[in-house]
Design a protein around this ligand. Structure first.
Ligand SMILES: [Zn+2]
Length: 409
């Protein structure tokens, strides 16, 4: 056989191996040294004392407002889904279908922020069975795995926000550079322009590829493992996915043509993904936020845990009551990171206590009065991260993701 063909085949094989490794995370596994924080100082003990005094004997969870909101969102979700499916048999304008798809996407996002996020944190109810039930139902409605999210969000993101190789929210598989500690690649040069396209595909990748890749490979990413699943956890994962795929793959494919279905799925997920990114990204990937990558030889952080949470979290539009309602209080990211077990319905009142205490202890309290100010800061940060870092010599700049991955690992 002609050697040219053999070389072509070998090249194709190597490209496929790199692609598969990228998708299922079967690259060499190395856990970075676990960072640890300094001992809690006076700031957090005083803050906790003031928050305890604010609540007194009142419950910090089970707020009737969250139950009312859950009822509204579940009803809206059901109504939007049924109305959308009915358009298969009732003649409807394509614009009405687009509107219903976006409504379903926005409602999924709101369910995610309010029910899914709060119940998995345990801040929805003081009763763990209610949290578990709400988490299971909302996971099945959104399509995500509760246990994988718990590990990625509650454990990795909340414990180590903006710490490269630990915070899973910074993990983009080199599609974007979200931390100054992430090695620079030439493709990041225009990330401040193309980022909406990457954000647009987040949930399609998360629900249809990433969850399964992480489940089967038992890895969250190239450096973090998934939690150990019990038999009940495996059952929950599959039942939850089965419910979602029945409603969002099987039933629609019975009612609509394949092209109609694919376009509809794309519209719904793009609207959902953009809303998720619009709330989660301006909370940490910001000009004013701190970013860390502890030295593996000395993983001790100089900050105490609470101070580090303050330095890495940013609030936005705190007076916007609709945004506060819709985003499940995630616009009060500082309060959420300090008190994830308290229902988000209390964040506006807690923010006054946190702000005052932070000022007394001279600790930064990041807050953008308007949403657009926060969005601007996020885009500016993406722009800043798109530039070649001064500390990275030109000779060490990696030009493609496969080389970068090898070097990182
Ligand atoms: Zn959270």
């Amino acid at each position: 056989m002609d050697k040219g063909w053999l070389n072509e085949l070998e090249c194709l094989y190597r490209t496929l191996v790199v692609l598969v490794k990228d998708v299922v995370f079967i690259s060499e596994y190395v856990t970075p040294t676990k960072p640890s924080y300094s001992k809690d100082g006076l700031f957090f003990s005083e803050l906790r004392r003031r928050v305890d005094a604010y609540f007194g004997t009142r419950s910090r969870r089970d707020d009737p407002r969250i139950y009312r909101k859950t009822l509204i969102l579940f009803t809206l979700y059901g109504a939007a889904y049924l109305a959308l499916m009915s358009t298969a048999t009732v003649e409807t304008s394509v614009w009405i279908q687009v509107l219903l798809l976006c409504t379903l996407g926005f409602t999924c996002a709101a369910l995610g922020f309010n029910c899914f996020h709060d119940s998995i944190h345990g801040s929805f109810s003081a009763n763990s069975k209610i949290n578990r039930f709400v988490a299971f139902i909302s996971c099945s409605m959104i399509g995500a795995s509760r246990l994988l999210w718990y590990q990625k969000h509650n454990v990795l993101h909340h414990q180590y926000p903006n710490i490269y190789e630990w915070d899973d929210d910074l993990e983009t598989r080199n599609n974007l550079r979200l931390s100054p500690h992430q090695p620079w690649l030439s493709k990041f040069k225009y990330q401040h322009l193309y980022f909406p396209f990457i954000y647009a595909l987040t949930t399609l990748e998360w629900l249809f590829v990433k969850d399964f890749a992480q489940y089967f490979s038992q890895k969250i990413n190239s450096s973090q493992k998934t939690p150990k699943f019990t038999s009940l956890d495996h059952l929950e994962f599959w039942v939850s996915k089965l419910i979602y795929f029945s409603f969002f793959v099987v039933i629609p494919l019975f009612l609509f043509s394949i092209p109609q279905y694919l376009v509809g799925l794309l519209i719904m997920h793009v609207s959902l993904s953009w809303v998720l990114a619009a709330v989660f990204q301006p909370a940490h990937v910001m000009e004013e936020a701190s970013f860390s990558k502890p030295d593996p030889a000395h993983p001790q952080m100089t900050d105490e845990w609470a101070v580090y949470q303050m330095k890495t979290s940013v609030n936005f539009a705190p007076k916007n009551s609709f945004l506060n309602w819709f985003s499940g209080g995630l616009n009060y990211q500082v309060e959420h990171h300090l008190f994830p077990l308290i229902s988000h319905t209390h964040y506006p009142e807690l923010s006054e206590i946190v702000k005052k205490t932070a000022a007394e202890y001279q600790i930064p309290y990041h807050s953008h009065p308007s949403y657009f100010g926060a969005l601007r800061s996020h885009v500016m940060m993406l722009h800043h991260l798109s530039k070649v870092p001064e500390t990275q010599p030109a000779s060490s700049i990696r030009l493609d993701s496969s080389t970068a991955k090898t070097t990182l690992l």
